[in-house]
Design a protein around this ligand. Structure first.
Ligand SMILES: [Zn+2]
Length: 220
């Protein structure tokens, strides 16, 4: 008889830092493979192979772009494989991006969304910094989906620097991708207040978001 695999166990909705799969993955992971050039290969972390296929996108080949889900804690990821053909060997690149419940909302029912958001709200005061950062990212994303930018901005003024980082780095990713700049510009004051922050990662993160806002304000 085969041992039961992870997919047969119910999802635990545990904090991300307590999940052995998700805690071993960054918010974005990438791989690179060049055919016949093994020394250039940089694979995804081994934990990525334990995520399960969850759903395909209508417009894409399911193998190349799909949603994965962690079988332990229930967090969703987007997987994207691109390949290019070159005369000296084709190149494959993978990108695995951890999603917030709001970003993956189309793929789940209301009860699953509620369970994940409850986990996020509890995670804000968790002992582990990773759980607090991801909790803040999920809550900011939730408020943005609901067009509640002032509520999203409140996490930037949070006394816990890990909460600020989770919120700010999520906004930085969106701003760099070019999405959501009008909304992010609406909480400019909250971002400006972080430029003088004692933590250099927060200070430089705020400057990078402000740079994107400046570009948006110039060309809108
Ligand atoms: Zn997990």
């Amino acid at each position: 008889m085969m041992a039961p695999d992870e997919s047969s166990k119910p999802i635990g909705y545990i904090p991300i830092a307590d999940c052995e799969i998700c805690s071993a993955l960054d918010e974005v992971e990438t791989s690179f493979t060049k055919y016949d050039w093994d020394d250039l290969d940089r694979p995804l972390p081994p934990a990525a192979a334990r995520l399960k296929f969850f759903a395909a996108f209508d417009a894409y080949d399911a193998e190349r772009r799909h949603i994965k889900r962690c079988p332990v804690c229930g967090i969703f990821y987007e997987y994207w494989l691109t390949y290019d053909y070159y005369i000296n060997g084709s190149e494959d690149e993978e990108e695995l991006t951890r999603l917030t419940p709001a970003q993956a909302k189309h793929f789940m029912d209301e009860a699953t969304y509620e369970a994940l958001m409850q986990q996020a709200r509890a995670g804000l005061t968790d002992a582990q910094p990773l759980t607090r950062r991801y909790a803040a990212k999920c809550l900011v994303s939730h408020h943005m989906e609901r067009q509640e930018m002032p509520l999203a901005g409140e996490y930037l003024a949070h006394p816990d620097p890990e909460v600020v980082k989770g919120a700010l780095f999520f906004l930085r990713k969106l701003a760099n991708d070019g999405d959501r700049r009008p909304e992010i510009a609406s909480i400019k004051t909250a971002i400006e207040a972080l430029v003088q922050h004692a933590d250099p990662d927060i200070s430089s993160g705020a400057q990078s978001v402000l740079h994107c806002i400046k570009i948006y304000e110039k060309y809108r």
